[in-house]
Design a binder for this molecule. Structure first.
Ligand SMILES: [Fe+2]
Ligand SMILES: [Fe+2]
Length: 301
């Protein structure tokens, strides 16, 4: 694991890797990353700390993993200058807004959207590690933004807790489930995702959990022995292989559609891959079982 503490003198609170890992915006190129090459960042103070690793952080999007141990949580609450999206890989926990005390429960396969500037705290309420893949776009911390890194000055609004600001948890069930999407944490299950069929010629399932003006997070399901059509995005794309095998063909703007050996990357389970903005690519699954891949794209699809 990589441990980088260096900061830029103009923004002493922000680690220099934010927006620059493993490449600066000018040097971005396709790259396979894993836990070993990730930056380790222990979040929290005192006894309530969690491990956060960042595998890729470009000027548009970041991806990494948070692990919260059973019964644990992080303190103080966290906040970002971008939207953060968790995809729960394992375990179960509660993600809560400490200002309101409101939150919800998420387990394996669920997605949580924490909008930009919304305080949040995550509690493992189960007896296994809570492992969450976390995408943030555009940036975790950004110079000149009100957000961050900032210190939460209030007290978490625990139920029956000291300093609880609100008793307005009820009535429950609510008459309307529509939350204020810009200010509340949202919970999305696979059933609630936007399920679409991709491609002109070769088709696969792409399921969007979140798609807004800052970030798009979803899952693609590639059948065995599959080769997709070429596509590209105006934004950076980060992939994470949850299950199965994946190869990606990446073409420069001047390339023909036929790939050379240098254009094909193999990405194993639990590995990340960066496809920089504008590069044409296709997804391949040479194996004999289907693959599940999480994708984050920002700012535009
Ligand atoms: Fe966070
Ligand atoms: Fe793509």
């Amino acid at each position: 694991m990589v441990n980088i503490r260096k900061t830029n003198p103009e923004t002493p609170n922000i680690p220099s890797w934010v927006g620059n890992y493993p490449f600066s915006p000018q040097e971005k190129k396709p790259v396979v990353m894993d836990r070993e090459k990730s930056i380790l960042f222990v979040y929290g103070k005192g006894s309530h700390k969690v491990s956060c690793t960042t595998a890729i952080s470009t000027n548009h999007i970041q991806a990494g993993m948070m692990v919260v141990q059973p019964g644990e949580y992080f303190e103080p609450p966290d906040i970002h200058s971008g939207d953060e999206v968790y995809y729960i890989l394992d375990g179960e926990g509660v993600v809560m807004n400490p200002e309101t005390g409101r939150g919800g429960k998420a387990g394996k396969g669920d997605v949580v959207l924490i909008p930009k500037g919304v305080w949040h705290q995550t509690f493992n309420t189960d007896d296994r590690n809570l492992r969450a893949l976390a995408f943030i776009a555009p940036l975790q911390w950004q110079a000149g933004q009100a957000a961050v890194p900032a210190e939460f000055t209030g007290k978490t609004a625990y139920y029956k807790g000291e300093g609880r600001k609100t008793a307005e948890y009820g009535p429950w069930p609510k008459s309307s489930k529509a939350p204020d999407l810009e200010n509340e944490i949202s919970f999305i299950t696979d059933r609630d995702a936007l399920h679409l069929i991709h491609g002109t010629v070769n088709h696969f399932l792409i399921s969007f959990y979140v798609s807004n003006r800052r970030i798009h997070v979803g899952k693609i399901s590639l059948p065995r022995g599959f080769r997709s059509d070429l596509e590209s995005h105006p934004g950076d794309e980060i992939l994470f292989v949850e299950k199965g095998e994946l190869a990606v063909e990446v073409h420069g703007p001047a390339d023909t559609d036929e790939a050379t050996v240098n254009d094909v990357f193999e990405i194993g389970e639990n590995h990340y891959f960066l496809i920089p903005e504008g590069m044409k690519h296709r997804y391949l699954n040479f194996s004999d079982s289907s693959s599940k891949i999480l994708i984050g794209i920002a700012p535009q699809l």
